[in-house]
Design a protein around this ligand. Structure first.
Ligand code: PEP
Ligand code: MG
Length: 754
């Protein structure tokens, strides 16, 4: 059946009408199957709905016995229908009864039908049902018929997803309000939030499924695709100019995919069959997602991810401004499958109440940005985007790590109760704001802020931080379309120093690569990005970019003190090379402007185990080091911080990690290197306690952690606790974390996590 046959378009229009009709679900579904059967010239058309237990229930049929409706159930391991659901792809079979998976159900009266075509009904990458057509005679369905039925299934997905199977027998209506669902996730940024879901990936509303004018729609699609290709070409050209690198890999793959004629053809075919340009892209996206769900091969998964990214880009282009996620001033909760740090930053001033991410690990940079923005965030929630619809109300409890979709009154009351509890706790921290973080026996610990945006500087004051212990300068690079200009960099650093009002600020030079991928320039795809060409390695190999940043820092300081540290230093020579570049910039600037910073302090981040054994050589060269636990622990335990399955597997509060950190601390004392720590672990009161017990007197963390950590320190008698802690480290029990927790309780130390 060719696509441009009027019958297909007519069917789309009729389906649209039926969808809009009022009335009982069952009679509407009967009309739908009758329409499909006649358009497809089939003897049978049936719809199966996937139930919560995974079984498939026949909910409408034309051609099979009416009594089977709401009675015939198949497991996913049963019959051809089960097979379609399991594989999440279409199946066309010439003689179904002879197929190994055929399962005969007498109540359906299926005997006379030989040819079978089944397609999955997909929503958000999830199989929510199966649509089938059958014919009496043996016959082969052609590709166009298969595509056609898939398109119909896409349209059906919107109605099928709202059906309440229990209501089918008593002629009930669609379930307009779907049930409350509660899911658990990992806390990325503590807090509570309530609002309407806004999906980060473009959504095509059912009202926009069909095109009024097919020719115009086809032009819109072609224009959109041309714009997509041009934007990719522009990015590649920019990359080449900025870096002088051969821009292959990621963008090249994108380009190849975007130029792939079969993708374009498929999208155009969708439009020819009556879909709008958006709906046609959405159809392709559903297929890619469904295949992604079942694909195991990492290469194939990557390609399918690329394809889905392209689908999303194209949808954004087609949707224009209107297609952008609309964050309402009032209350919105952002819901995303994957979110890069730069994408999240784009939402930074929109008044989001909470963020939910399907993927990502707690030490990923998107999670760090969420903390920097102070927005409650949960991540690691598989299936999230298929469970929430645009506009659903959501409660995000990023204290307990739960979220409630479409909450009922009881849940909402419980949420309000927690909000008031939280404000009581916040008030207690607020009361400590101007008091020192001093142990009961008189050791002062300096509590600093991890920052990366100038809006964080407000937080420094609000949280009562002693300064900024880590300013992640790469965030400015991540949000820019092109590399930030010298003057833009100077402006940002000046604003940060001005707002610090004389309190110390440790600027960390650009830490790009790994998961911090620049939109403006494109790093080559690597097998192991965390171990790859990143951070100081990348900076030292891109001296133009690096020196421009050092110059900006020196110029921004003017005659104020300047403190700089270099990330991911592995061998001392890397530190020396970077420091020499900095000192050269200081001299150059002094000659040109007659001004130089009143003091220049240079330090390193300790993020690789190798550097821990380079401290004797670092002595006398670096003034300080800051332990970056996020990277250090991923290398120490050989566990990728970005892979949720392993990123939480190993515990910093364990004898091996803490003994290692003790060696670092002892070496720093021996070689006269000032030390601090600034990874995400410092924000946990239990880990912070361990750091202090190991001799650290400066910790840098997110704003929200300063209150709880200060409270912990003010309850700690260090001289009494340390010997017991070190003894435990020498004679650890099997559950060391609990051993330390018990010890803390014995010493009356106030922990707010653990
Ligand atoms: C770290 O690795 O601990 C760190 C602070 O740096 P980032 O998280 O930015 O890699
Ligand atoms: Mg790091």
């Amino acid at each position: 059946m060719p696509y441009n046959l009027p019958a297909t378009r007519l069917l789309m229009n009729r389906l649209r009408q039926v969808m809009a009709e009022e009335g009982e679900t069952r009679s509407r579904l009967d009309k739908v199957v009758r329409l499909i059967a006649s358009t497809m010239v089939a003897d049978v058309c049936s719809i199966y709905l996937r139930l919560q237990d995974g079984a498939l229930l026949l909910i409408a049929t034309e051609g099979l016995k009416a009594d089977a409706v709401a009675a015939t159930r198949l497991t996913v391991n049963e019959g051809l229908v089960g097979l379609v659901a399991r594989r999440a792809e279409p199946m066309a079979i010439q003689d179904a009864p002879r197929h190994a998976s055929f399962s005969y159900r007498p109540e359906t009266g299926e005997d006379p039908f030989h040819a079978f075509l089944g397609v999955p009904i997909l929503r958000g990458g999830r199989v929510i049902g199966v649509l089938t057509v059958q014919n009496r005679t043996e016959r082969a369905y052609d590709d166009e018929e298969i595509d056609n039925l898939q398109t119909i299934a896409m349209v059906l997905a919107e109605i099928v997803d709202r059906i309440d199977p229990d209501a089918l027998n008593n002629g009930g209506n669609e379930k307009r309000e779907r049930n409350t669902a509660s899911l658990t996730g990992r806390v990325f940024c503590e807090g509570l939030g309530y609002g309407r879901a806004v999906l980060h990936d473009p959504v095509v509303p059912a009202a926009k499924f069909f095109a009024a004018d097919q020719v115009m729609e086809s032009h819109r699609l072609s224009d959109g695709m041309a714009e997509l290709k041009a934007s990719i070409d522009r990015m590649m050209a920019l990359d080449g100019a900025a870096l002088g690198e051969d821009p292959r890999d990621v963008m090249e793959t994108y380009r190849l995919l975007a130029h792939d004629p079969s993708w374009a053809e498929k999208l155009q075919e969708g439009v020819k069959s009556g879909l709008s340009a958006e709906a046609s892209v959405d159809r392709a996206r559903r297929e890619h997602r469904a295949r992604l769900q079942s694909a195991r091969d990492p290469y194939l998964r990557e390609r399918l991810h690329d394809l889905e990214d392209l689908d999303n880009r194209l949808l954004r282009i087609l949707g224009g401004e209107e297609g952008k996620p609309q964050i309402s001033e009032e209350r919105s909760v952002l819901v995303a499958r994957r979110l890069g740090p730069a994408e999240l930053l784009e939402y930074s001033n929109t008044g989001l109440r909470a963020i939910l991410m399907e993927e990502a690990a707690a030490s990923s940079h998107a999670a760090i940005v969420a903390r920097a923005l102070g927005i409650p965030a949960l991540g690691g929630i598989p299936g999230l985007t298929t469970r929430i619809d645009q506009g659903d109300w959501v409660i995000v409890d990023a204290e307990e790590g739960t979220l409630h979709i479409r909450p009922d009154d009881t849940l909402y009351d419980a949420y309000k109760g927690r909000v008031s509890l939280r404000s009581e706790r916040q008030a207690a921290y607020e009361a400590l704001k101007d008091l020192p973080a001093r142990t009961t026996d008189g050791t002062d610990v300096s509590l600093m802020l991890n920052a990366g945006l100038d809006l964080d500087m407000e937080m420094m004051k609000q949280a009562g931080a002693d300064g900024v212990g880590l300013f992640r300068t790469e965030f400015q690079f991540l949000v820019s379309e092109s590399l930030p200009k010298l003057n833009d960099q100077i402006d940002l650093y000046k604003r940060v120093l001005d707002k610090a009002e004389g309190k110390p600020v440790v600027f960390r030079t650009v830490d790009l690569g790994g998961d911090k991928v620049l939109p403006a320039l494109n790093l080559q795809r690597e097998e192991n990005p965390a171990l790859g060409w990143r951070s100081i390695r990348f900076a030292l190999d891109h001296k133009g970019l690096f020196r421009r940043q050092l110059r900006a820092l020196v110029r921004a300081a003017g005659d104020r003190p300047l403190t700089i540290m270099f990330p991911m230093v592995t061998v001392v020579s890397e530190f020396e090379e970077a420091r020499d570049l900095l000192l050269a910039e200081v001299e150059w600037s002094a000659q040109r402007t007659g001004r130089r910073p009143s003091q220049v302090e240079v330090g390193v981040m300790l993020e690789t185990p190798a550097l821990a054994y380079g401290l004797p050589e670092l002595a006398g060269k670096a003034e300080f080091l800051s332990v970056g636990t996020n990277d250090l622990m991923q290398f120490f335990f050989a566990a990728d911080r970005m892979t949720p399955h392993v990123s939480d597997r190993y515990d910093l509060v364990s004898p091996s990690a803490l003994r290692f950190l003790k060696e670092v601390s002892d070496s720093c004392k021996t070689y006269g290197i000032r030390m601090s720590a600034c990874g995400e672990a410092t924000g946990s009161t239990l880990s912070a306690l361990c750091f202090v017990a190991l001799g650290f007197t400066a910790l840098s963390m997110s704003a929200g952690s300063i209150g709880p950590v200060k409270q912990m320190i003010r309850s700690l008698n260090l001289q009494a606790f340390r010997p017991d802690f070190l003894a435990a480290l020498n004679a650890p029990e099997q559950d060391f974390r609990n051993q330390v927790l018990a010890l803390a309780a014995d010493h009356g130390i106030e922990l707010s996590d653990g």
